[in-house]
Design a protein around this ligand. Structure first.
Ligand code: ADP
Ligand code: MG
Length: 396
């Protein structure tokens, strides 16, 4: 997909309406993690350098179209100013007089943050009237919030149709990385899908088997596949009613020449608890009281060799209950191997998903991956092959 970037934009003296994701973790009115603020810096700096007025639009939490003071974006201002190293103005409203006055008062190169766009019901409804009210304050639109791009809201989608629209720097980074992983990957491309449930990742599995050369299935969802193939999974988490669906995915993989890797061996315990006594078992010989909690060493070894023979990796979902050592071992070993290959330039390694990001961070390997997406829902919808409205609206 082709989209305009800020390199194509005429910025001097222009009012840039920039959609960012400032839905940051906050405690007692203080930002506790500024990752998302730092992600917006390259776009803000580029706009400032070009002589634009930088007007930031964002949502915070879920006020559901009502004015909820506890969900104001105001507490973000000091944290953003700290990240940027210069003052940031705040407008008490995102449309109307207060917003217009703030923009009129600022010289080019300055930055203002507007109040929570979700205080208006027109935001989530993508009401054209509300989009036009937002558009009053801009000459151009920049979307830098990939993580909100799966929603067709006024500030993520509607605005893009009302003025020249550009992908911000973070958006560009994310789209480029995702395109390298699944859009136009260097082959062979291998996927790892884990996590607890097949039911939450049906669309994702069905789409991936049509795109990938190899797919390793791990985590709790692999139990459902083992069960579907006639294996006894003991007391493991298993969605037995999805056995036929699992068989359908196995068939789809065959039709699409996607080689499926199901666990050869697994780590089991009688209790799902940190430090529970663990044993390695053949995936075909699980006792009634045993629970599968991680991938076994042979399975991980085979996965690492498959990565060695691939050029691209796309990963969502941990291979085991990584929150409870020793059941993090399989995920950590596979993550370290992927990171080493990526660092050596032998593998494009892209990963995403809430728990996946936490697992890779816990393994200490995120920085060595080619790209780790923190976009959550948008990342998963993209992996399902769905068009993201916020991205589609930027297409040229
Ligand atoms: P993500 O957030 O990255 O998309 P998921 O939410 O799908 O990942 O899955 C993560 C969860 O899956 C973790 O909480 C992990 O403990 C759980 N999980 C992984 N393997 C198993 C297993 N064998 N049995 C039960 N739960 C598992
Ligand atoms: Mg999760």
């Amino acid at each position: 997909m082709r989209f305009r970037t800020l390199d194509d934009a005429d910025l001097q003296g222009r009012r840039a309406l920039v959609r960012v994701d400032f839905n940051v973790p906050m405690e007692d009115g203080r930002v506790t993690d500024d990752t998302r603020l730092r992600a917006a810096v390259p776009t803000i700096e580029k706009l400032r350098a070009g002589g634009a007025k930088v007007i930031l639009l964002a949502h915070f939490d879920r006020p559901k179209g009502k004015w909820v003071p506890a969900m104001s974006l105001k507490p973000v201002v000091p944290a953003l100013a700290k990240v940027l190293g210069y003052p940031v103005a705040f407008a008490e409203d995102c449309v109307g007089k207060d917003a217009a006055a703030a923009v009129a008062a600022m010289p080019p190169g300055d930055v203002v943050l507007f109040e929570n766009v979700r205080f208006y019901p027109g935001e989530e409804a993508n009401d054209p009237k509300f989009a036009r009210a937002l558009a009053e304050n801009g000459d151009l639109y920049v979307n830098d919030a990939f993580s909100a791009a799966h929603r067709a809201h006024a500030s993520t989608e509607g605005l893009a149709h009302l003025m020249p629209a550009y992908a911000g720097e973070q958006m560009r980074l994310e789209l480029t990385a995702l395109n390298r992983a699944l859009g136009h990957p260097e082959r062979p491309v291998i996927g790892i899908v884990g996590g607890s449930k097949v039911s939450t990742k049906l669309d994702l599995l069905k789409h991936l088997v049509t795109k990938l050369d190899k797919l390793a299935i791990g985590g709790g969802m692999a139990n459902t596949f083992l069960y579907a193939q006639g294996h006894d999974v003991g007391a493991s988490y298993c969605e037995k009613d999805l056995a036929e669906t699992a068989r359908e995915i196995i068939r789809l993989a065959g039709q699409n020449n996607c080689k499926l890797f199901l666990p050869l061996d697994v780590v089991v315990a009688e209790k799902m608890a940190p430090g529970a006594p663990a044993r390695v078992r053949d995936s075909g010989s699980i006792d009634d009281d045993e629970r599968i909690l991680d991938a076994g060493p042979e399975t991980v070894e085979r996965l690492c060799r498959a990565m060695d023979n691939s050029k691209t990796l796309i990963w969502n979902g941990p291979l085991g209950v990584f929150e409870m050592p020793p059941f993090d071992k399989g995920t950590v070993a596979a993550a370290r191997h992927a990171a080493e290959l990526a660092k050596a330039g032998k593998l494009v390694a892209v990963a995403g998903g809430g728990d996946t990001v936490a697992a890779l961070n816990a393994a200490g390997v995120s920085a060595d991956f080619t790209f780790v997406s923190t976009a959550g829902g948008a990342f998963l919808e993209w992996m399902e092959g769905k068009a993201l409205p916020g991205v589609a609206a930027l297409a040229q």
